[in-house]
Ligand binder design. Structure first.
Ligand SMILES: Nc1nc2c(ncn2[C@@H]2O[C@H](COP(=O)(O)OP(=O)(O)OP(=O)(O)O)[C@@H](O)[C@H]2O)c(=O)[nH]1
Ligand SMILES: [Mg+2]
Length: 314
C-alpha cells in the first residue's frame, strides 16, 4: 500500500497505518512526514482535560459531532488507557461512542501512555502532526488531568477546556492554583446533577482573582450525555480562537513550539552522534576513569563530544 498517496487521497486506513508506523519510530514514516510537512499548520488543537469520570469523552464526542455537522474534519486523540473509545469502559459507553466510529468526518485514535509518566507521549505529538497533514480542521486531545498532563496539554493545545462536575467542591479548592491557569474554557458537566450551579459560581469567583491574561475564561454548564450546552462550548471555542489569533498569541505560541522542537531534535541528534561514535567499551572505560577519580566528569563530557565537535554530518 502506498501510504503517502493514501494520506494525500484522504484514506483513513493509510492514516491509521502511518500513525502506528510513526509511533513505532519507523524511518519510512518519518520520511513521509518530512515530505508532507508543508501540509501542516492548519489544524486547530483543542485540549480536553479534567478529573477522572467528569464526562470528558462524552463531551468530546458531542463536540466532534457538532463540528462534523458543520462539515469539519475532526481528529480525536484519547491519551487514556481506560477510555470508552478503546472499549475499556462499560458497555453503555461503548455503544454511545459507536456513532463516532461511523462518522466519516471523525477519526479516533487512542494512545496508551506507553513509557511515559504523565504528560503527552511522543506518540501523541506525532499523531497530531499526521492528523494535521491529513487535513483535520480540529484535533481534540483528551487527557485525564492528573498532575503534569494538564499543564502539558495547556502548553500544547490552542484552546484548553477544563471539564469539571458538581460535587468536586473540595477538589476544586485543592486544584485551584493549578487549574485556574490551565483552562481557557471551563465546563461544568453533569449539570443535571445537584450543585452544578454552585460549582460554576465557585469557579467563576476564582477566575476573578486571575488577572494574568486579558482573556476571561467562560464557565459553561453542560449535560454532555443529553447534548445540552454543546453549542455554547463550541461558540466559546470559536471565540477563544478568534482572541488568540487576533492578539498574536496563536502565532507566537506556534513559533515557540517550533523552536522547542528544533532544539529537542538537535539534542537527540547530538546524543545519537555521540553514541554512534563511542563504543560501549570506550564509554565504560571513561566511566571507570571517573569512578577512580583519574578524571572528572566535566572533562569526560567534553572528551566524548570531541569527535562530533567538528560538525555533525547528516
Ligand atoms: N449524569 C450525567 N452523566 C454523564 C454526563 N456526561 C457523561 N456522563 C456519564 O459519566 C460517565 C463518565 O463519562 P466519560 O465521558 O467516560 O468521562 P471521562 O471524563 O472521559 O472519564 P475518564 O476518561 O475515565 O476520566 C459515563 O457513565 C457517562 O455516561 C452528564 O452530562 N450527566
Ligand atoms: Mg475519557
Amino acid at each position: 500500500m502506498d501510504i503517502k498517496k493514501g494520506i494525500i487521497d484522504g484514506d483513513r486506513i493509510a492514516l491509521a497505518k502511518l500513525i502506528t508506523m510513526a509511533e513505532d519510530g519507523k524511518k519510512e514514516a518519518m520520511d513521509i512526514i518530512k515530505e508532507l510537512y508543508h501540509r501542516t499548520g492548519n489544524a486547530y488543537l483543542i485540549g480536553i482535560t479534567g478529573p477522572p469520570g467528569v464526562g470528558k469523552s462524552t463531551l468530546t464526542a458531542k463536540l466532534a459531532r457538532a463540528y462534523s455537522g458543520l462539515g469539519k474534519k475532526i481528529g480525536i486523540i484519547a491519551c487514556d488507557p481506560t477510555s470508552p473509545y478503546t472499549g475499556g469502559a462499560i458497555l453503555g459507553d461503548r455503544i454511545r461512542m459507536q456513532e463516532l466510529f461511523t462518522d466519516p468526518n471523525i477519526f479516533i485514535r487512542s494512545m496508551g501512555s506507553r513509557g511515559h509518566l504523565g504528560g503527552l507521549s511522543r506518540g501523541t505529538r506525532v499523531a497530531v502532526r499526521i492528523m494535521d497533514i491529513f487535513g483535520m480542521d480540529y484535533i481534540f486531545i483528551e487527557t485525564v488531568g492528573v498532575g503534569q498532563s494538564e499543564v502539558e496539554i495547556a502548553d500544547t493545545a490552542d484552546t484548553t477546556i477544563m471539564v469539571l462536575a458538581p460535587g468536586l467542591g473540595d477538589d476544586i479548592q485543592a486544584m485551584k492554583a493549578g487549574i485556574m491557569e490551565i483552562g481557557d474554557i471551563f465546563v461544568v458537566n453533569k449539570a443535571d446533577r445537584e450543585g452544578a450551579e454552585k460549582t460554576a459560581r465557585e469557579i467563576d469567583t476564582m477566575l476573578d482573582f486571575n488577572e494574568k491574561s486579558t482573556w476571561r475564561p467562560k464557565v459553561i454548564m453542560t449535560v454532555a450525555q443529553d447534548n445540552k450546552g454543546i453549542n455554547d462550548v463550541l461558540h466559546a471555542i470559536e471565540e477563544h480562537m478568534k482572541y488568540i489569533k487576533d492578539s498574536g498569541i496563536f502565532a507566537s505560541k506556534r513559533k515557540e513550539h517550533i523552536k522547542e522542537e528544533i532544539l529537542e531534535l538537535a539534542t537527540q541528534n547530538i546524543m545519537s552522534e555521540i553514541m554512534t561514535g563511542l563504543s560501549k567499551e570506550e564509554l565504560l572505560g571513561i566511566v571507570d576513569k571517573v569512578a577512580k577519580r583519574e578524571i572528572d566528569p566535566y572533562s569526560a563530557s567534553i572528551d566524548i563530544i570531541k569527535p562530533i565537535k567538528g560538525g555533525i554530518q547528516k
